[in-house]
Design a protein around this ligand. Sequence first.
Ligand SMILES: Nc1ncnc2c1ncn2[C@@H]1O[C@H](COP(=O)(O)OP(=O)(O)O)[C@@H](O)[C@H]1O
Ligand SMILES: [Mg+2]
Length: 278
Amino acid sequence: MTSPLKDVAAEPGSAKPDPLLVVDGVRRDFGGMRAVDVEHLEVQRGVVTGLIGPNGAGKTTLFNLLTGFDRPSAGRWTFDGQDVTTLPAHRLARRGMVRTFQLTRVLARLTVLENMKLAATGQRGERLLPALLRPLWGGQEAEIEKRADALLERFLLHTRRDEYAGYLSGGQRKLLEMARALMVDPALVLLDEPMAGVNPALRQDLLGHIDGLRRSGCTVLFVEHDMDVVMEISDWVVCMAQGRVIAEGTPASIVGNPDVIDAYLGSTHDEPGFREGE
Ligand SMILES: Nc1ncnc2c1ncn2[C@@H]1O[C@H](COP(=O)(O)OP(=O)(O)O)[C@@H](O)[C@H]1O
Ligand SMILES: [Mg+2]
């Protein structure tokens, strides 16, 4: 299959043939510090885009803005052609745009299954108990449970279905977060460091799940530090530094990109994450 991105210019802000997400002039200031300053960014539909950049580059803040968990100082973005700049997270989720968190937010005192069912409403639900949500499910509870069970099986969590999520390992929580995000059958999934803190065996599973999402037509934008993972799974890579998009391109074009290398070398906190000899 030829890539839909083969003729796309490897430069920041490049136009894509069929963008699902289009970001324009998005800024987020914290006091005097501009954490995000993205002039233009298009995310191609149906592919996996890796978002890289040193610590503090603004990747998580950008995710927070795009998914309605934070408000921008300026700018707008469209999802599937619709301006969604002001939509809160739960409404974005219902439209098919969901995210996971760098630090997982599974609800420890709910069971694995309850966590899944809660996600069907698109709610994060910190303050809501499942019983309160029952009216929202509108008699669809059996259907929702069926979907939850199918996903738990796919993510190999079905044996933990009725245990409190608090008893899961860190890696299993990552899997649960991802499974939970898929309850709304999303068109776009944003994953913030899905592999961080996950053991090698589960990492392979997670990679497989990301690949599975792509094969099912889902669009994935994911933050990852391990360059080997980024190179293996991404169709396209975007690099941020100091709030800006400083490079874009195919994985191969990003590896030797001097601006990307400079960004990592210039950062005080972070290693590039390139591993040799693997
Ligand atoms: N709520 C906040 N208040 C103040 N500064 C913040 C806040 N959130 C993030 N920042 C700052 O914004 C910058 C970008 O952070 P972040 O988006 O977490 O980067 P990344 O995810 O790329 O590591 C950092 O300098 C961080 O300290
Ligand atoms: Mg981050």
